[in-house]
Write a protein that binds this ligand. Structure first.
Ligand code: HEM
Length: 182
């Protein structure tokens, strides 16, 4: 398809998924790092917190997969051209890295959950106690390292937005919002 017939904006479903995922990932990162990880497993509220965190994490994974399908099946605006080939390629790779890290983040969370036998405790009301902590399970380390990588990528993503919006003034933001596409 030639660049002239490509839409000006992403598909509204993709736009919705982008902002919904941004919100959910922000909540999962904040609540995971600030509340969940700081609460000992002996705290009676911990199971409830895990239920909320794990549910939102699994939903993030599902919506991210839906997003990749919608992304592949809908018409997209052309790749941005900044005049610097390296920056343009970095922009494309940044997005794929972001998707991969989100998926690995959820995958490592599921890994902790399976190894620690969490589903019956957290969702099944088995009444069994939680393990003393989750650091005995290797995916716990991956989950913490990926959380830091994800935060760094989000900061870069927002910095790139600010650069496009206020320095380059190319209004790239419009592409990820609702409105006339053609
Ligand atoms: C993209 C989705 C997810 C994000 C952004 C996220 C974020 C986080 C963060 C920031 C932490 C604390 C890390 C630290 O600083 O050490 C954490 C801990 C944890 N997450 Fe996730 N998480 C996600 C998905 C999941 C899923 C799907 C599960 C399980 C089904 C899960 C289970 C856990 C568990 C068990 C902990 C450890 C809590 C503790 O040590 O007390 N997470 N998560």
């Amino acid at each position: 398809m030639s660049a002239t017939t490509q839409p000006k904006r992403y598909h509204p479903l993709l736009v919705t998924l982008h902002w919904l995922l941004a919100l959910m990932i922000g909540v999962a990162l904040f609540a995971g790092g600030v509340l969940l990880a700081e609460t000992p497993n002996s705290d009676p509220d911990k199971i409830f917190m895990l239920r909320a965190h794990m549910s939102i994490g699994i939903l993030i994974l599902l919506l991210m997969l839906v997003r990749l399908v919608v992304r592949a099946r809908t018409e997209k605006p052309p790749h941005v051209e900044t005049g610097n080939g390296l920056l343009d390629r970095a922009g494309v790779w940044m997005h794929w890295t972001l998707y991969a890290v989100v998926i690995l983040m959820a995958g490592s969370g599921i890994g902790i959950s399976v190894l620690a036998g969490l589903p019956p405790i957290v969702f099944g009301g088995s009444g069994d106690p939680l393990p003393a902590d989750f650091w005995a399970y290797p995916p716990r380390y991956a989950h913490a390292i990926l959380a830091n990588i994800l935060m760094a990528l989000i900061v870069l993503h927002i910095a790139a937005f600010a650069w496009h919006q206020w320095i380059r003034k190319d209004s790239l933001f419009r592409r990820m919002w609702f409105g006339d596409r053609h």
